[in-house]
Write a protein that binds this ligand. Structure first.
Ligand SMILES: [Zn+2]
Length: 59
């Protein structure tokens, strides 16, 4: 049971392989909570969060 309260409160983030958005930029999505992060392909590391799973839906 992966979707427990713990995965929401303190997700350890199990990221899928970075994917391209078609504009030369990449993002990486957590398979557990669905959080999406900008990914710096050249630096091989994640950057700022793009979208929250559910709680932060500000425009
Ligand atoms: Zn996560």
């Amino acid at each position: 049971m992966k979707f427990s309260i713990f995965s929401i409160a303190a997700c350890s983030h199990d990221f899928a392989f970075p994917r391209s958005n078609g504009e030369g930029r990449y993002s990486q999505v957590c398979r557990l909570c669905g959080a999406e992060y900008e990914y710096d392909w050249q630096a091989m590391r994640r950057k700022k969060r793009i979208s929250a799973s559910n709680e932060e839906q500000s425009v």
